[in-house]
Design a protein around this ligand. Sequence first.
Ligand code: HAM
Length: 419
Amino acid sequence: MANEQFQTARGTRDVLAPESWQFEAMRRLTAEWAGRFGYDPIETPIFEKSPVFLRVGESTDIVQHESYRFVDAGGDDLTLRPEGTAAVARAYVQHGLANAPQPVRLFYFGPMFRRERPQAGRYRQHTQFGAELYGSESPLADAEVMLLATRVVDAAGLKNPNIRVNSIGCEVCRPRYREALVAYFKAREESLCKDCRVRIDQNPLRLLDCKVDVELRETAPDLQDFWCDDCRGHIGQVMATVERAGQTIRRDRHLVRGLDYYTRTVFEVGHPSLGDQVALFGGGRYDGLSASLGGVSAPAVGFGMGIERLLSALPQPLPTPESERVYVAHLPGLDQEAYLLAMTLRGAGLAADADILGRSLKAQLKDAGRRAKWVLIVGGTEWENDTVSVRNLMDGTQEVISQEILLEYLRERLQGDRA
Ligand code: HAM
């Protein structure tokens, strides 16, 4: 056992193969779908000046208690990003993207840092795929980001994710609701949990998603009785659009989410295999964020998706080219030929491996069993006749194939495996 102090820090972990290939597959899949929806990749730094995050979540756990905030040797107050939305908003303002053709569609895939209590599905470093859509107030924009997220989840193999959605109103209707909610909970303050007694003044909406005071919230005032006409119309159209696109969605009157910047639409998607306290992805509308970071006011909506959580919920691993590896084994004396054949296969776009440890054919075949699905055997009369034996390790069948058509043959077979 390695020395404790040289092991990964609590709540973090190494990702080794084959799981690491699953991460790569998710990176490809998310970029492909984001591209189809017209989103451009954006990379922001992993740390920002602390005010970028403080501004968006002064009263949230994520920013107040869970951020990795530090002063560096030069005295700068910095924070490892706990989420991507504030960082992208900072970039949107800093680069004057409000003057670019609208809407501006951006996506990212990368690590986020939160000093949470580690438990199943909760890490101190996790990976998010996120998308942010700027410049449109339309309900079509809210629906679009939800549909992008659900298409990705569906393409990864989790069928029919169920979106829960709510509207937390706008500056017109939320203050009235807030007042009613505070009055309701103040009248019952003795029955509230410790956290909620603090939240009641700071962030009363969060009382609705308290996991302790579940009974009280059932009879709490309902947001929908306070929505202004615009907010009511907006969420109605968001839901109708998502449904028309074939995606199930339902309203959850208790959904409010843990970040300060949301206006109107908030949404989350869970999965039975994850338990009911963790979400696969979540997001919402945040029309006031760019102005609070010193930019012009710009409507915006987006989501963040937990890649570790999505991967852990998949019924089966994603297919990856690397899992369809071809192993080029050889009889004694033909190691160079096998090596060069592997090079040819790689050049043709296949994943190929050849022995570089001088192993016997028997040992090569054993090794192939661990890392490949197909084995080519270079040697014998087959090789002298410009053919090669091709063994399918999944069903044990073997064929002799002319070297001339070998590439074509393998490509077809690998495609067949994938179908
Ligand atoms: P969030 O709900 O805090 O939202 O995080 C988004 C997703 O990241 C969660 O649904 C979950 O899948 C994953 N996640 C969060 N914390 C952890 C953790 N400790 N371990 C594993 N996975 C985690 C946001 O971060 C917003 N920026 C989303 C957004 C984008 N809103 C608008 N645009």
